[in-house]
Ligand binder design. Sequence first.
Ligand code: NAD
Length: 433
Amino acid sequence: MKVSIIGTGYVGLVHGAILTKIGHNVICVDKKRENIERLKKGNMTIFEPGLKEIILEAEKNGSIEFTTEIKKAIDNTDIIFLAIGTPEGEGGKADLKDLYTCVDEISKYITTKKIIVVKSTVPIGTCNDIEKILRKKIKDIEVLSNPEFLREGNAVNDSLFPERIVIGGKNIEAINSLKKLYLYFEEKGIPFVISNRTTSEMIKYASNAFLAVKISYINELANLAEKVGANISDVSLGMGLDKRIAPYFLECGPGYGGSCFPKDTKALFEIAKENSEELSIVKSAIESNKRQREKVVQKIENKLGGLKNKKIAILGLSFKENTDDTRDSPSIDIIKKIVNKGGKIQCYCPMGIEEAKVKLSFYKNIDYKKDLISCVEKVEALVILTPWSEFKNMDLNKIKEKMNGSYFFDFRNLYLENKNIRKLFKYYPLGNS
Ligand code: NAD
């Protein structure tokens, strides 16, 4: 089948690539001309393991096309995905400006029957609104909700082997067209959840908010574990072996981040408020996450006896490993807090430096380093914030040699089991003695 995807970011580009991999032809559209030009030349606009190979293969066999023209997508395909960003807007609500601009553009060009599939994470009721807008132009429009569940850093794998596919819609014929596109997944036995659009939209927010709650819960327990002398890693293990709890998202850290959990929890909370409901558990998770970022800074400050003029190495800028995405990354927030208290930062990240430079452009006293070793040179303390594999296997003796001080804040608990860590450093993990 031939389909198009409007919005060629983390979701749209991966989804397009995967659709070519399972035998379809895809037109990828984005308003960012420079990104489209780069993609046309086979250069990637985002880092995602395994993505480049699939795109290069698709470009070679002609199954993927990149354009800035929405009209081209509409004229040539009957199924059009929307993978437009829906960032945090005013007061925590989702900002749908880009999405509705895109819908307006679509409405300019549609003249025949189309199925619009909303992949973006959108407030409950948005698909209904989109359908209303487009039906003013042409009656024969069906809007489906088909939320995305990929995790950055593992997006290709997640998209090839999804745990479920959720589709929300009214019209059975349109749902069946999308199911036909996803036949490969049905044949692989991937479960489909078919429901109405509002339910589908809610499943996405409910899932992300639940995971955010789980992370905040373990973070709070980690803080308590430190006070009472328990080890959070064993607590997580003991909890996670219970199938009802499951071991995932039970690792404590400096707080959740990224382009989804922070904005989606806030958006869901605001949706509930508009409907006179209070999602107090989600609200607590949002507040707890904010506190967690402050707590890790406080911990560094307390141990170092203040931050003024202290040189600190930050390892990891992206919000998680294997991605260059620094949107709402705890590292960015934590660096700002340290700098505001007079600290001096040397930072390094395998992939996140360029984006971080933009986000931190108004901040002084941040030195971006090209590698791990130069990052720890002459620092008082090092702080691991993102669990990149490069940080899991560091040459500890060499690191110690390069540093001036010996404070080692392991906020991802990567060195808990290392026998030498406490001999070499003043070692501070999270939630473990
Ligand atoms: P992104 O910012 O990486 O990509 C969005 C793209 O849309 C950008 O490249 C932008 O230029 C383009 N765009 C905006 N307006 C346009 C227009 N009018 N015409 C053409 N292109 C336009 O965002 P993303 O991370 O891919 O997220 C997209 C959606 O998917 C969001 O709603 C997000 O919440 C959701 N989502 C993201 C993830 C994730 O891990 N990133 C996972 C699941 C769901």
